[in-house]
Design a protein around this ligand. Structure first.
Ligand code: SAM
Length: 346
């Protein structure tokens, strides 16, 4: 198996069966070797710097009914909110003062936040903070909308494909959503010139390791600049309330595989990983992640962006807790970088 890992290091590619064998492998020495190689690749490319992004959760209104998501439209127990442009700009101002040079605007698919409104919001942030990168994560929109946001100043877009297996996709989503449209959106984003991020939830209901091997091949071929992977965590007011959370160990293994597949990629150590395990964020960094996304949303709304239960949003997971995050990363000899941290192909 070590030969396989060496080949992943040198060629950044394996065939599906080899990915599957790596996913099935539980040998401690092999997994240590995988993590060691991934950490080495990260250090060679990024040193001990971890990029920070200020995450602004702009709305929990959503027209979709993804079966796993706590802010799905059918959840009537969640108090809905949408941030005004003024509040979003205020979050950016606070973030800028704290040292953030990337703002990530994430939200449900809220029809009231029209394409024109998003375009205008991006343009305003861009004119106030021209030295900052603007990342959007607002779901599936038309190609024209993506083009308009790009022209207004957004340069990165996060849209996890969730699973590349159509039969699995259909078990996670209602019939009015389609994997085909999601993949088309990703292709559009990349063609327009966005640094594009995709990814999966690890351990989503019905997911098999064969599905994950197919996701690895898809990501290897698609070559996104950002790869977002975090464990699935159940939410009490969804049809998957009784499902088990995804595995922290498998998430860490996948971070290492993705790092070796794509040495220059921006890979976050996700909030879901930190929510599931007290040392999850640091273990994600040690496995090969190089980005963290502290929460810059107004504290009063953070509890309402409840994608899953017990989501971390305060302390070192928050923008105001940057000092705590710095201390946490220092314990593993890593530092916060306030550079924009754009994707650079080597
Ligand atoms: N609406 C946008 C979209 O579809 O990309 C962005 C918001 S969506 C809530 C952001 C991500 O949250 C999804 O891509 C999904 O992977 C993740 N997510 C949703 N529910 C989750 C859960 N129960 N556990 C872990 N991650 C979850």
């Amino acid at each position: 198996m070590k030969h396989t890992i060496d080949r992943l290091c040198s060629q950044h590619s394996l065939d599906r069966q080899e990915y599957l064998e790596l996913l099935q492998c539980n040998d401690v020495d092999t997994l240590d070797y995988l993590r060691f190689q991934a950490q080495k690749a990260t250090l060679e490319r990024f040193g001990r710097d971890v990029y920070v992004r200020g995450l602004i959760e702009i709305t929990n209104e959503c027209r979709n009914n993804c079966l796993y998501c706590g802010i799905r439209q059918a959840n009537k127990m969640v108090a809905r909110y949408s941030l005004s442009q003024a509040t979003i700009l205020d979050c950016c101002r606070q973030g800028y003062e704290l040292g953030f040079r990337t703002f990530v605007l994430q939200g449900g698919e809220n029809p009231q936040m029209t394409d024109e409104w998003v375009e205008d919001t991006v343009a305003r942030i861009h004119s106030c903070y021209p030295d900052c990168a603007i990342t959007l994560s607002l779901g599936e929109r038309s190609r024209q909308a993506y083009e308009a946001f790009f022209k207004a100043g957004a340069s990165r877009y996060l849209l996890r494909h969730e699973t590349i297996t159509d039969s699995h996709y259909r078990r996670l989503h209602p019939t009015d959503m389609s994997l085909q449209n999601r993949i088309q959106c990703l292709r559009n984003l990349k063609e327009i010139g966005y640094q594009t991020g995709t990814g999966i939830m690890v351990g989503s209901p019905y997911q098999t390791l064969e599905n994950v091997a197919d996701d690895l091949k898809f990501i290897e071929e698609f070559q996104p600049q950002m790869i977002g992977i975090g464990p699935f965590i159940p939410h009490a007011q969804t049809p998957f309330a009784g499902a088990s959370a995804g595995s922290v160990e498998l998430t860490l293994k996948l971070i290492s595989i993705f790092r070796l597949m794509s040495p220059s990629a921006l890979i976050p150590s996700t909030t879901a990983l930190a929510s599931l395990s007290a040392d999850g964020r640091c273990r994600g960094i040690l496995a090969g992640a190089n980005v963290v996304m502290p929460n810059l949303s107004p504290p009063t709304f953070r509890g309402q962006y409840s994608l899953y239960n017990n989501k971390a949003a305060f302390g070192s997971e928050s923008a105001e807790g940057l000092r705590l995050l710095k201390e946490e990363l220092n314990t593993i000899n890593y530092n916060i970088s306030t550079e924009r941290g754009d994707y650079v192909q080597t």
